[in-house]
Design a protein around this ligand. Sequence first.
Ligand code: GLC
Length: 527
Amino acid sequence: MGQPTPDRDDDWWRSAVIYQVYVRSFADGDGDGTGDLTGVRAALPYLAELGVDALWFNPWYLSPMKDGGYDVADYRAIDPAFGTLAEAEKLIAEARELGIRTIVDIVPNHVSDQHPWFRAALAGGPERDLFHFRPGRGEHGERPPNDWRSEFGGPAWTRLPDGDWYLHLFAPEQPDLNWAHPAVRREHEDILRFWFERGVAGVRVDSAALPAKDPRLPDFVAGRDPHPYVDRDELHDIYRGWRAVADEYGAVFVGEVWLPDTERFARYLRPDELHTAFNFSFMTCPWDAARLRASIDDTLAEHAPVGAPATWVLCNHDVTRTVTRYGRADTGFDFATKTFGTPTDLALGTRRARAAALLSLALPGTVYLYQGEELGLPEADIPLDRIEDPMHARSGGTDPGRDGCRVPLPWTADAPHAGFGGEPWLPQPAGWASYAADRQARDPGSTLTLYREAIRLRPVFGDGPLTWLPAPDGVLAFARADGGALCVVNLADTPAALPARSAPLLASGPLDPDGRLPKDTAVWLRA
Ligand code: GLC
């Protein structure tokens, strides 16, 4: 009897290309201006042709949409604006038939204030223990129980008419759950099973480092360890419980873990915890060769000891679109410094974003694409009176919010609303149709064509670890141990000579007539 051969398919997530679908803005099948599951189903051939291995759906559950669905009222129902549970099941099955797996988003830190638990808690039921209710400070309880600030600005506490306060690290419509309560753990393990039973292959864990709180809810003291609500040790036991459930189904996790400390970050990726986590240090890194190389090296070094694959992310539904960011004077990303009216050079940003696409698709690990990234969409300016993201209002109006990267996609250049469907819930800026997928599909020089080609060719790099090759300052050049290709990215001010006897497979822009690689351009070469 031979050894059982390992099913290579089980490891699909270690090198997958995963496409993020923000359903509300993806494709509108019923013409009401909001994207929906019918729209996604109709676009499955497009996604298959792009070559992605899985779709990650932002929360699609019943929700009052006070934070784009990250305020979940019922995990076992699809929001009626998007469709029905039966249609979600169809979508999961149809996608799988095309070789595309489904990842859903779970938001353990909080629920909607319309969730039955919170409504029962407000009515004075024992469900109060599932949240963090506290009396206020001050003679009449008029001051919040502690000094924590909401991630969206303002205090993290809201007072109820009965005098008690409740905790919300995000908007007041998103009350934080009490993870010290066993019913909260049980319920989330049930939710995981509910979706795994429906064929879901993975789960994104929203705000994964935030759910556990110091039970004393003390004031925040800078530098004091442990933090009262970020990255607490109790979380690891919670995720071990989740992992046991996922293992029954062969499903995988990707954690949204924002932590500057790489050693603490890697703890979430130990073999009995989350499989992967988003790489935000790469995503927020400025367009600079030395810093990108350091970010890549740090990423690989921090993942190696725990045996987890790295992920490579250039943007998502929370951050400024890559094309716009890379065209600015400051090409990094930081929530704290976002303002209106930052000048950008879109031609420059587009050149760099195309080069960054070839860079990230050549690296070892999983690559995440955010819808519209493959079309090279820029960040849109949203008229002030149309901004819905609570980050804008809660910042006192200084933060533009995140709607600029959430504008409904352009599909067909010559159709109303660029083929999205009905009058879009967020306005599409002038010129949006020029990015339409149908036009780009016919254009060999388009960003869509570049992504399609790159995803198709990507296996030539092989599965092996990365080796840097000698290159001038400002140029990144690497190959993979068992691969047949190399990747060269020029971030220097002058054109770079390419290695002798190497044939270009794919380039993010035209090479110079003498065969050199222009600045802000990447090329894949056959080794
Ligand atoms: C995550 C999501 C973001 C949401 C927040 C609160 O950061 O990506 O969109 O607003 O969690 O759930």
